[in-house]
Ligand binder design. Structure first.
Ligand code: HEC
Length: 267
């Protein structure tokens, strides 16, 4: 009788042990997928052959904090360091004034939106796309309007870090202006509470509404409202990009005694 009980107990234990094994394997798998926080590395660091395996779809900055602009880089020197005709720290534009320049260059709502080149990256493969964005000068964010199902949106979903560039068509080194932006993008669908507000206040969405030229203000408003509703139901997304850093190059800065390269950073 005792033997039977022992045998029975052993048989019962086997599935329990097996189950524990599965659970702990799953636990391990979960741990492996979560990126570990590794040492801070420079943006130009390379992973050597002894480096832990890097799973596909994970990039350096998922595990490492990337040290941007080590103090030796050329950009850093042009921005703040000893450079031709300037001592370290001289000619750096006050933050407020620099933001005014940024706003003047890429500001403007609705049809005054500006065209940028937007860079996204997926699995360490970059993609650049021309797209229109509108600046929200108070929040210091950019808004874009996009049809669903495009590659750049897949990139943003997988990796919200983006970079944009606006530049004046280059003619000569006597007159140039460009802005390089780093930011984090999020995608708002038609159900997002801010979707309609951003449409109304910032984006030039009215063009598609086909309001008849002889419409009364009430008819116009009604037509626009219907159009907004259809956009909310459709497969459209607003990208909302929080600007973290803007590096400006503009020769005009030098007319007021500032360096030609200036950088604004979100605090
Ligand atoms: C899955 C996480 C992960 C990813 C992704 C990753 N690393 Fe690492 N890396 C580590 C770990 C863990 C170490 C070793 C311990 C440490 O540095 O904290 C390491 C070490 C390093 C070191 C040596 C640091 C030192 O000072 O000893 C360098 C350099 C490095 N990685 C570069 C890179 C580069 C470049 C990439 C992208 C191509 C990359 N790593 C991607 C996890 C990662």
């Amino acid at each position: 009788m005792k033997r039977v009980i022992v045998k029975y107990a052993v048989l019962c234990l086997i599935p329990v042990i097996a189950l524990l094994g599965i659970v702990s394997a799953a636990e391990k798998k979960k741990k492996a997928a979560e990126p570990v926080k590794a040492k801070v590395i420079a943006t130009n660091a390379v992973a050597d052959t002894n480096h832990p395996e890097i799973p596909e779809g994970i990039s350096c900055n998922d595990c490492h904090e990337m040290k941007l602009d080590a103090s030796t880089t050329a950009t850093q020197m042009w921005l703040y360091g000893d450079s031709p005709g300037r001592k370290a720290g001289e000619g750096v534009m006050p933050e407020e004034k620099l933001w005014q320049h940024i706003e003047k260059t890429i500001g403007g709502r609705k049809k005054d939106s500006k065209t940028f080149v937007l860079a996204t990256s997926l699995n360490n493969v970059p993609l650049s796309t021309t797209a229109e964005f509108t600046l929200d000068p108070e929040k210091k964010m950019l808004y874009g309007f996009h049809e669903g199902g495009t590659e750049k949106l897949d990139h943003i979903r997988a990796n919200p870090r983006v970079s944009l560039n606006w530049h004046k068509e280059f003619e000569s080194f006597a007159d140039y202006s460009c802005l390089q932006i780093r930011g984090r993008a999020e995608l708002l669908d038609g159900k997002h509470p801010d979707f309609e507000k951003i449409l109304v206040e910032f984006l030039p969405y009215e063009d598609g509404a086909r309001v008849p030229p002889d419409a009364t203000p009430e008819q116009r408003e009604e037509r626009l409202k219907q159009w907004r509703e259809s956009l909310k139901r459709g497969s459209f997304f607003i990208s909302r990009i929080t600007i973290d850093q803007v590096t400006a190059a503009c020769l005009d800065f030098t007319k007021e005694g500032y360096r030609r390269y200036q950088r604004w950073v979100r605090k």
